[in-house]
Design a protein around this ligand. Sequence first.
Ligand code: SF4
Ligand code: SF4
Length: 99
Amino acid sequence: MIKTPSLREHIPKTFADIPETTAYEAGYLVTKNAGWRNVRPVIDKDKCIGCLQCYLYCPEGVIAKDGGKVKIDYDFCKGCGICKKMCKPDAIRMEAEKH
Ligand code: SF4
Ligand code: SF4
């Protein structure tokens, strides 16, 4: 009989166990699709505590781990602001796009 691993075995135990991003690497989508965005999230790296809430809740999967903090792929961010809402330390601000 095949032994099925328990769910507990899949729970990350350290920051390093969590995948770099929640989506495929940039380049998998062939067309940049953020040209219509009118505000963009900007991360204050000094305030960021690396809790990954923005990473987990971004509906586009465009936030990636970056040396204990996070970074945003602006080629695919749609500017919805969910990451800002989820950031308890208030490390994300929304800035107007300068087209
Ligand atoms: S603004 Fe929306 S799409 Fe862009 S990084 Fe934040 S949650 Fe993701
Ligand atoms: S939610 Fe805020 S503090 Fe947490 S990783 Fe994202 S930017 Fe950093």
